[in-house]
Design a protein around this ligand. Sequence first.
Ligand SMILES: CC(C)(COP(=O)(O)OP(=O)(O)OC[C@H]1O[C@@H](n2cnc3c(N)ncnc32)[C@H](O)[C@@H]1OP(=O)(O)O)[C@@H](O)C(=O)NCCC(=O)NCCS
Length: 171
Amino acid sequence: MDQPRAPPTHPLLRHATRGDAAQIRGLAVDNAMFPPEDLTGFDEMLDGYFDGSLTGHEWVVAEDAAGAVAGAAYYAPEPFADRVWNLYFLAVRPDSHRAGIGHALVAHVEQALRTAGNGVARVLIVETSSTHPYQPARHLYAREGFIQEAVVREFYGPDDNKVIFWKQLVE
Ligand SMILES: CC(C)(COP(=O)(O)OP(=O)(O)OC[C@H]1O[C@@H](n2cnc3c(N)ncnc32)[C@H](O)[C@@H]1OP(=O)(O)O)[C@@H](O)C(=O)NCCC(=O)NCCS
């Protein structure tokens, strides 16, 4: 018989502020999401958000009970697309995995876009890797009702495909 699951946490979700930048960066580093040389692009994404040049983009963080950043999500509209949004970044601090924070962040993004309405958001996509370390992410997106829409072979490297998940926001 399955063990009873821990009750989901209900982290405090809020818009990210400039003071969260180092902890958000820490999520990418601690989860080994990018090689160190690729963090420059990540830093530019964060800087562009906090200096206001990436208007319409959104960073959301999940706080743990101590007020530290335990997870974050970043989403923005896709250029050259019709009301399609991309969840460009999602990560949870390794010591807080499997506590419902990833789910809470994805549900929050989805709800925010649904609330914005059909005139703003029709579809949410998220792109991830086909490799083993990203299996939890692929499970999460499937569990959240995303459809695995496409695979771009060898996108991130040899034996590392891009997997694109798709979800319609307005029925
Ligand atoms: C993917 C990630 C954000 C999930 O966050 P999380 O807070 O641990 O996820 P949750 O506790 O909300 O779990 C929600 C669902 O995700 C899936 N999941 C999460 N961890 C999993 C694991 N280790 N193995 C399999 N499925 C997993 C499950 O479907 C789970 O639902 P369930 O508990 O009903 O089975 C987290 O593992 C992470 O930060 N990974 C590293 C960075 C990353 O891969 N980001 C996504 C890049 S696109």
